[in-house]
Design a protein around this ligand. Structure first.
Ligand code: UD1
Length: 337
């Protein structure tokens, strides 16, 4: 049986592929390299010494998608990482974001239905909670109030999955709500490579430490948090990747369902905590200045990950120091080239 992974050469996708291959799974990847590079496939092979089946296609291309399902009758489960994810860009290009993320998911699900593949793992985000109803966030907290088309596209797909499951309970679906994924594979071979100037905190810190960017702008220090800067639940991408294996295990069990899990550590760190932790872990300086709040940001967001532990037997194991050191190792390897 194989696992079909869309967006498998992206940041979270590639780390998940490594864990799947290490666990002995047979993997088929679909990607069009819209936000990744073909070299990622070589790195995956270098780390795991294993082969994958790869299709360079856009998951919106129904004809090509059909070919994948025709040629691989042993697909058992699909993990969907394909999707655009830049929050700011989604505000500028809502139609492109809704089309790529929502239409893409619809095409994928229709294809799965046609070929009787009904196990689906979906990459969602803590962003679906909007302004948190309570902290820490549990899976039954209200969702909605997303502030950008990227976040709304995640919410829409969650709704589509709920409706699909209610219409036909032979589907077996796992929605994973990621908190803030950071870090890289410990080999330094895989990592996060945002195009242009990064929007997210950790990629920005790393580029300031390497001298590519001058200083970090800390977006506001007047939030109701211990040091006034925003608090988030940063999770090592390899821990996150392992959560997908546990999700598949759950879907392989007898009873069917639609399950939702928070994938976070349960601990919140502020922007300044992150700067200090990074400086300590890497011995590099990260100059920063305090600037205005960023529109759409919330003060505090972290998970209650108890449900994932109780039902999947998953919990994050890596430390903040690992997250910082591994993020840095990837950049060091890149500059060695
Ligand atoms: C953001 C997205 C979220 C998405 C997630 C992906 C927004 C509003 N939310 O979450 O939808 O799922 O990325 O990982 O964009 N910060 C700075 N300076 C910077 C960058 C960030 O001070 O240059 C601060 C932010 O104000 C925030 C924290 O760092 O307090 C984390 O920011 P970021 O990494 O962008 O993640 P989120 O905003 O939590």
């Amino acid at each position: 049986m194989s696992v079909l992974v869309t967006g498998g050469t992206g940041y979270i996708g590639s780390h998940t592929i490594v864990e799947l291959l290490n666990a002995g799974e047979k993997v088929i990847i679909i990607d069009n390299f819209s936000n990744s590079k073909p070299e990622v496939l070589d790195k995956i092979k270098e780390i795991t010494k294993k082969n994958v089946v790869f299709y360079k296609i856009n998951y919106l291309d129904e004809k090509e998608m059909q070919k994948v399902f025709e040629e691989n009758p042993d697909i058992e489960v699909v993990i969907n990482f394909a999707g655009f994810k830049a929050v700011g860009e989604s505000v500028q290009k809502p139609l492109e974001y809704y089309h790529n993320n929502v239409t893409g998911a619809l095409i994928l699900l229709q294809m799965m239905k046609k070929y009787h593949v009904k196990k689906f793992v979906f990459s969602s985000s803590a962003t679906v909670y909007g302004e948190p109803e309570k902290i820490p966030l549990t899976e039954d907290c209200k969702v909605g109030g997303t502030t950008n088309p990227y976040g709304t596209s995640k919410l829409m797909i969650e709704q589509i999955l709920q409706d699909l499951y209610h219409s036909d309970s032979s589907w077996d679906i796992c929605i994973l709500r990621y908190f803030n994924p950071v870090g890289s594979h410990e080999s330094g071979l895989l990592g996060e490579e945002p195009q242009g100037i990064p929007n997210n905190l950790m990629p920005y810190i790393v580029r300031v430490a390497s001298g590519t960017l001058k200083e970090l702008s800390v977006f506001g220090n007047d939030y109701p948090t211990p040091d006034g800067t925003g608090v988030r639940d940063y999770i090592h991408v390899v821990d996150l990747a392992k959560g997908h294996l546990k999700a598949i295990e759950k879907l392989r069990k007898e009873e069917k369902g639609l399950y939702i899990y928070n994938l976070g550590t349960g601990t919140g760190y502020s922007v300044l905590d992150m700067v200090k932790a990074f400086e300590r872990a890497t011995n590099r300086k990260v100059p920063y200045k305090i600037v205005e709040r960023r529109p759409g940001d919330i003060a505090t967001c972290y998970a209650d990950p108890t449900k994932a532990y109780e039902e999947l037997g998953w919990r994050a194991e890596k430390t903040l120091e690992d997250m910082c050191q591994d993020a840095w190792r990837y950049i060091e390897k890149q500059t060695e080239k």
